[in-house]
Design a protein around this ligand. Structure first.
Ligand code: ATP
Ligand code: MG
Length: 683
């Protein structure tokens, strides 16, 4: 299909958004109105109609899954070399690529480590425990605060001088030490992936010129979820030319907790007075009934811009609300229904999606799906990377590319067992701190013998010698072969067998490690074309591939490749931008959706947007399920139906089973008006 034919398929407003290239453009529209379609068509338009090189175009979005979908859609439009060098990625991957290309300017050494939130937490724990014993809550609070500061581009010095109270002063001091230590480890954390590029582009005119030469046009999907630093990144890159298109929907803003600022939609108009704002109003995704439910629900929130969505898809089936005795019955119901409905509707497994508020809700469902032998794919979860064997393997990889990575060192120096005790490690750490060197470097130092028994020094020496040897083999020849060889040489498999409760578990774990290494290999082969940083030299491909692995892109990709036909299980957060013919939304209960924390914090509006996102994923049928009882903190607790159920148009709902409404406590929890509404609804 030519680009002209593609354009002809869009409605006039969409065409306008695609063809407007004279200045900054904002497409503001509700769910399913074709915002992402505008972005993908526009990429093809820029290349095929305006003759822009794909290398000069960067499209960014929020989740890996969304980036992949977008890549796929664009891939179908661009032929052969047309798409060469195009960047379609998450903000974080774009940031990672900028950092990799600008390491020198940023003052980092090659082979930097990317700390995931767990690593960052471990570092914070160390720093905070120096002064006094702190608990997990305090660490989480400080971590969250630091993340907020970083997303708002606030430096430690500023944080300290603006600290409102003692707690903030303390957090600011930890922040300062944290930043210093990360740098010493030659490491960056997740927030740095955006922060460092922004600071660089802001303060270094040459770097800015380099990147402005490189990226000529930017497109941003899910713009409502950008935070301050992400917005700055777009602004810095695009400033004077203002050649960008951003699309968003303020009703789908669900990342306030990660610093997202929906006000960025308004700021955009102030920063770019020439901004062309285009609204789309036709929904091409959902039936009239589903759309009405979404519109009615979200009308309960205040609005930045008024929108009215309509659809020509017909009314479709009523929305079913299925009340279950308890959570197990709920899971059972969803699984057995998918089984029968697939046949009744002659649907594929992949036509079904089950969405929920928290990943823990998937556990029971997984068991039921397994029971019925229904193929499924769990996405958005971090399960693969939180596995111990994967964390071990990643720590080895990280230490190989960055010997200064003390966290990685500590994780594996004794895995498999090398008889290095905590006493030895403590002395080693003191020695390293005194000299301002890494643990790994300290093992190499001669003076160490005075501090430690000869046996301990010898064991540490053996370990570093082993790592150095692998590193040498990686540099000399086939890096992947060297890494596989390392796993065999230290007999990691034997270690797994010693530590697993059953041989099959150990087997599975070892298989995971090989999957990881296979993915690393694949990613290295794909690298030269994929990356934005065309300046990459051959030698840092292992490093690049490993840091991308930490970003979790690659394994999800692998999962994607093998999900030919599976039921999709995902959190509502992860479902953004996606669509499915049949959607099950689980756990429509007070304290779950809206979440208890949100009720307490008074942020129910954000939960409502989340429900809106969930509902608008459905194309043909939507089923809402809830349980009357659910296990929490080891006890069976009564659950009240979600207030959001009261906010849906009663005539469009078809109830199966009745929620338990007689308990006075619950009545109180839900508010009298809501109860009255539901009662009348049920007759
Ligand atoms: P969300 O807010 O959920 O991200 P969106 O606004 O990005 O939604 P898209 O995903 O781009 O919407 O489009 C929703 C569906 O409508 C897709 O299946 C897309 O192919 C289809 N679609 C978009 N525009 C048109 C059109 N003009 N004609 C027919 N179908 C369309
Ligand atoms: Mg979209």
């Amino acid at each position: 299909m030519s680009i002209k034919q593609r354009l002809a398929k869009l409605n006039p407003r969409q065409q306008e958004a695609v063809c407007y290239i004279d200045g900054p453009c904002l497409v503001l529209a509700g769910a399913g109105s074709g915002k992402t379609s505008v972005i993908t068509t526009k990429i093809a338009y820029l290349v095929q109609e305006c003759g822009m090189s794909a290398r000069r175009i960067a499209a960014v979005t929020f989740t890996n899954k969304a980036a992949r979908e977008m890549k796929e859609r664009v891939g179908q439009m661009l032929k052969g070399k047309e798409g060469h060098g195009l960047t379609v990625s998450t903000f974080h991957t774009l940031g990672l690529n900028i950092i990799r290309a600008e390491l020198k300017a940023l003052g980092y050494k090659p082979g930097f480590s990317l700390f995931d939130p767990e690593d960052a937490k471990a570092l914070l724990r160390d720093l905070m425990n120096k002064d006094a014993q702190v608990d997990a809550d305090q660490i989480n609070q400080v971590q969250h605060q630091i993340s907020e500061w970083k997303n708002d581009l606030i430096q430690p010095g500023q944080a300290l001088s603006h600290a409102a109270d003692e707690n903030e002063q303390y957090a600011a001091r930890v922040f300062e030490a944290y930043v210093r230590h990360l740098k010493a480890y030659n490491a960056v954390d997740f927030d740095d992936l955006i922060l460092l590029p922004v600071v660089l582009l802001r303060d270094d005119p040459e770097a800015l010129a380099r990147w402005r030469r490189k990226i000529h046009y930017m497109l941003v999907d899910e713009y409502q979820d950008t935070n301050v630093s992400q917005y700055q990144l777009v602004k810095l890159l695009m400033d004077e030319r203002a050649t960008f298109t951003v699309v968003g929907d303020d009703d789908q803003s669900i990342y306030a907790w990660r610093g997202a600022r929906p006000e960025n939609l308004v700021t955009l108009g102030e920063d770019f007075p020439r901004l062309q704002v285009i609204k789309l109003e036709q929904n091409y995704r959902s039936t009239g009934t589903i759309l009405r439910a979404a519109n009615t629900l979200i009308a309960n929130n205040p609005h930045v811009y008024e929108k009215s969505l309509w659809s020509e898809m017909g009314q479709g089936a009523a929305i079913r609300v299925v009340v279950n005795r308890h959570e197990e019955a709920e899971a059972e119901r969803v699984a057995s229904e998918i089984l029968t409905r697939r046949i009744k509707e002659s649907a594929s497994w992949r036509d079904f999606a089950v969405l929920y508020r928290g990943n823990f809700q998937a556990r029971l469902l997984e068991l039921k799906l397994q029971h019925y032998q229904i193929p499924y794919k769990l996405s958005g979860g971090t399960s693969f990377f939180s596995r111990n064997e994967i964390k071990d393997a990643m720590a080895y990889l990280r230490l190989l590319i960055n010997p200064a990575d003390d966290n990685a060192f500590l994780r594996i120096v004794n895995v498999p067992r090398r008889e290095v005790g905590p006493g030895t490690l403590e002395k080693l750490a003191n020695y390293a701190t005194e000299r301002g060197i890494s643990l790994f470097a300290a093992c190499h130092e001669l003076g160490l013998e005075q501090q430690l028994p000869a046996r301990a020094v010898e064991r540490l020496g053996r370990f570093t010698h082993f790592i150095d040897g692998v590193r040498q083999r990686m540099d000399q020849g086939d890096a992947i072969a060297a890494i596989r060889g390392m796993m065999h040489e230290m007999d990691y498999e034997a270690w797994l067998y010693q530590n697993a409760s059953a041989p099959t578990i150990a087997e599975k774990r070892m298989a995971n490690v090989w999957i990881l290494i296979d993915q690393l290999e694949k990613s290295m082969q794909a690298d030269p074309e994929e990356s934005t940083a065309s300046e990459d030299t051959e030698t840092d491909t292992v490093e690049a591939a490993i840091s991308r692995l930490v970003l979790r892109d690659i394994l999800e990709q692998q999962a994607e490749e093998d999900d030919t036909d599976r039921v999709q299980l995902l959190t509502m957060h992860a479902s953004k931008g996606l669509e499915f013919p049949h959607v099950y939304l689980m756990g429509l209960e007070e304290e779950l959706l809206p979440h208890r924390n949100a009720i307490e914090a008074g942020t129910v509006e954000e939960e409502r947007r989340l429900a809106y996102v969930g509902i608008t994923r459905a194309r043909r049928t939507l089923t809402l399920t809830l349980a009357r009882q659910r296990k929490a903190f080891g006890e069976l607790m009564d659950c009240a139906p979600s207030r959001f159920l009261d906010e849906l148009p009663p005539d469009d709902l078809e109830w199966e089973g009745q929620p338990d409404r007689e308990d006075p406590d619950k009545k109180q929890a839900r508010g009298k008006d809501a109860i009255a509404g539901l009662r009348s609804l049920l007759g």
